[in-house]
Design a protein around this ligand. Structure first.
Ligand code: ADP
Ligand code: MG
Length: 398
């Protein structure tokens, strides 16, 4: 494992595929906000290096024994000075995109309380998509746009493969799936169904856009971000309670022999901006909201049962949570997942910061077994060819 510390970044692992294929967990602390600085709020987080983060000088609720401290350890930890480009370079996202292009189901999700920087990390500062014209190479661009650029470069480099890219963008609000590329679904939410053929959950009638150029993906992002707020009176209120998921579907076709045998691989990458983690606790306060928050109770439960080998064999409690269903191919073990835990360094956010880091530490223990998604017949051809090659090699050595 690699130990590195350069002021804004320190990490313990270099490669997302190194980590025994568990969930790769990184943490980003945003800077103190202008408001927090004005109120002279102290920062309670520090960075001792090697992917560690120390939270100090916070009080626990009802705690009487003075300030507490806690040390956590993750794959990579980003200090407040880290730039959007730093996150892109060192988060493991590049490897994730490469794996998606190789046929894996991959997910990058941001978790954390409202205001901790989830949307900033994924798409950039608020208002980014409401300005007249977005600079092509703005330093503000988040992971999503940087990933699009990287993906297109990769597609252009691999002349031996033929790629087809499509994208969709949805929001889940109060267990209703809304197509952000088709705001008509505000009134008529879409259904989540099980496909027996693909052995996976999918959203019925979800709009999928063909993306031949980088501009097409950028348009999907812009359109969805604009529509995200159309249906709500208050943007913060809405985004604290809804999840969004932008998915890029990557099909690659490769001719593996002169006689016209093709292999088709079907990978994807989900970018998920989760609802505010603080919503978990409000469960008690308002019974009406219980529906909306079921994901969190479920996600906590899912994370717990997936990371505990004894519970893992049994039933995975997806219940009726739509998001958990849609992410099941990543969470339940066959995909590759990057979790970005976003935190605020301010003392007033201590209890949410601690709880986010605890969740993240739990997620790190989940073991998955990623597989390439291929047509079963083609998979058979590939394995037969491998066998033939192995036999030929054996013969060569006789
Ligand atoms: P969330 O989506 O988790 O609710 P936001 O991404 O909207 O939080 O961030 C809240 C505010 O903090 C925004 O104004 C955002 O631009 C700012 N912010 C978040 N992260 C950073 C960062 N790393 N650097 C500078 N500003 C940030
Ligand atoms: Mg947000």
């Amino acid at each position: 494992s690699l130990n590195e510390s350069n002021g804004s970044l320190n990490r313990s692992y270099n490669d997302i595929s190194d980590h025994e294929n568990g969930i790769y967990v990184i943490v980003r602390s945003r800077p103190l906000s202008t408001k927090e600085n004005k109120a002279s709020e102290p920062s309670i987080v520090s960075f001792p290096g090697n992917g560690r983060i120390l939270v100090e000088g916070f009080q626990t609720i009802g705690g009487s024994n003075g300030p507490k401290s806690k040390l956590f350890s993750f794959n990579v930890v980003f200090e407040p000075a880290a730039t959007q480009e730093d996150i892109f370079q060192y988060s493991g996202i590049k490897k994730l995109i490469e794996m998606a292009a190789e046929g894996f189901n991959t997910t990058c999700f941001c978790y954390g309380q409202t205001g901790s920087g989830k949307t900033h990390t994924l798409t950039g500062p608020p208002g980014m998509f409401f300005n007249k014209r977005i600079e092509p190479f703005s330093a503000d661009h988040g992971l999503v746009f940087r990933s699009f650029m990287y993906l297109f470069r990769l597609v252009q480099q691999r002349q031996d493969l033929h790629f087809v890219l499509k994208a969709s963008f949805l929001e889940i609000y109060n267990e209703k799936v809304i197509d952000l590329l088709n705001p008509g679904t505000l009134r008529k939410p879409l259904d989540v169904r099980w496909s027996r053929k693909a052995r996976n959950f999918y959203v019925d009638n979800l709009f999928m856009v063909d993306c031949e150029e980088l501009d097409d993906l950028q348009a999907v992002l812009e359109e969805g971000m604009k529509n995200r707020t159309v249906g709500s009176h208050n943007m913060n209120e809405c985004s604290s309670r809804s999840h969004t998921m932008l998915t890029v579907y990557i099909t690659s076709e490769q001719q593996i022999s002169e006689d016209g045998v093709f292999i088709t691989k079907q990978g994807k990458i989900n970018f998920v901006d989760l609802a505010g983690s603080e919503m978990t606790k409000k469960t008690m306060i308002n019974f009406v909201r219980v529906n909306e928050i079921s994901y969190f109770s479920c996600s906590g439960y899912c994370i717990a049962s997936l990371s505990d080998p004894k519970k893992r064999k049994g039933h995975i409690p997806y219940r009726d949570s739509k998001l958990t269903k849609l992410l099941s191919d990543s969470l339940a073990g066959t995909g590759v997942t990057l979790m970005i835990a976003c935190i605020s360094p301010a003392r007033s956010n201590a209890s949410e910061t601690i709880s986010t880091l605890r969740y993240a530490a739990r997620a790190k223990k989940i073991k998955t077994k990623p597989v390439i998604v291929m047509d079963p017949r083609e998979a058979l051809i590939v394995s037969l060819r491998r066998e033939v090659e192995a036999l030929q090699n054996e013969n060569d050595h006789l």
